[in-house]
Design a protein around this ligand. Structure first.
Ligand SMILES: [Zn+2]
Length: 309
């Protein structure tokens, strides 16, 4: 993939020089402290309540803690806070990764602005946070083991680039265009949010069975693959950025992260009821469909019979 020398997005934040304090056994055990304080507050007299309020505010001020973080609890065990590591100096490789991701992000912004404008819609760029190991999000702590993801609540893509190494070493999917596909898929989720599809699917959670919800999730994910293909189609027209083997890199990546492949690899058998992203074959098919067509209207994964996806 040719990417050097193009515009870079300003909507990218590099947090690799930060760590997260608290949230899961660190100095600030977020939710746990909050629950304890709340219990004391409920049982205490008027005077105790006042002391608690003043005490918490003073402590938060002294230790530079966001008071809200004491009361937020996440699966990770707390919300934590981002602390910058003053000794961090990006290596040449880190810097190149930042430039690569910022360029790709800008490419996506340029292409999607144009596509949505043609549909009479306005594009609002997503943000991107590059982090290492852990970072905070409005929904709790992001952990690199979760892989890259898009958070609809603040329209942000979170990525620890070490995922690309894992993709290469564990899943055998290497190359800069495999990475571009991953990012374009996440931006695809942002497009779904702008189109109102994400909210439609998420609103069904808890209202339908887990199996039915997983099926909706598969439809949403395959559509994000399709949108990644639509991006590749238009970006090729505009930037002529593809090199020989790039589309194959994306295909190998889609193949590697299909639910059937991952389940087979991790547990030795396949459970279609638990699919949330689609099979390797489906992911490849929908990316290719988007790449060949370039029209978002050809990617309605919600009105296709599930068996025909
Ligand atoms: Zn996804």
């Amino acid at each position: 993939m040719r990417w050097k020398g193009r515009k870079q997005s300003t909507n990218v934040e590099d947090r690799r020089g930060t760590t997260v304090r608290g949230g899961g056994g660190g100095p600030v055990a977020g939710g746990a402290i909050g629950s304890l304080l709340f219990a004391l507050f409920r049982r205490g007299s008027g005077k105790t309540k006042l002391i608690l309020i003043v005490g918490v505010i003073a402590a938060c001020f002294m230790f530079k803690i966001n008071p809200l973080s004491l009361f937020m609890s996440t699966p990770g065990g707390g919300s934590g806070q981002v602390v910058s590591n003053k000794n961090y100096k990006p290596s040449a490789k880190d810097q190149e990764m930042f430039e690569y991701l910022s360029t790709l992000k800008s490419d996506n912004e340029i292409i999607w602005k144009k596509i949505l404008a043609a549909e009479g819609m306005q594009y609002r760029p997503a943000k991107m946070v590059i982090y290492r190991e852990k970072t905070t999000t409005p929904g709790g702590i992001a952990d690199a083991r979760m892989g890259p993801f898009y958070l609809p609540a603040n329209e942000t893509v979170y990525i620890d680039p070490s995922f690309f190494r894992e993709l290469e070493e564990r899943f055998g999917a290497k190359g800069d265009f495999a990475q571009a596909y991953v990012i374009a898929h996440e931006v695809g989720h942002h497009i779904q949010k702008l189109l109102g599809l994400t909210d439609k699917v998420h609103s069904q959670q808890g209202r339908i069975s887990k199996e039915e919800y997983n099926k909706l999730s598969v439809r949403l994910e395959l559509q994000a693959d399709f949108l990644a293909g639509v991006f590749a189609h238009h970006a090729q027209e505009k930037f002529n950025f593809l090199e020989t083997g790039d589309i194959e890199e994306a295909m190998r990546c889609a193949e590697a992260i299909g639910d059937d492949r991952i389940q087979q690899q991790s547990q030795g058998h396949v459970q279609p009821d638990l699919f949330t992203h689609g099979t390797s074959a489906q992911r490849k098919r929908w990316f290719m469909r988007g790449y060949q067509s370039g029209r978002i209207n050809d990617g309605n994964t919600f009105n296709v019979r599930y068996e025909d996806l």
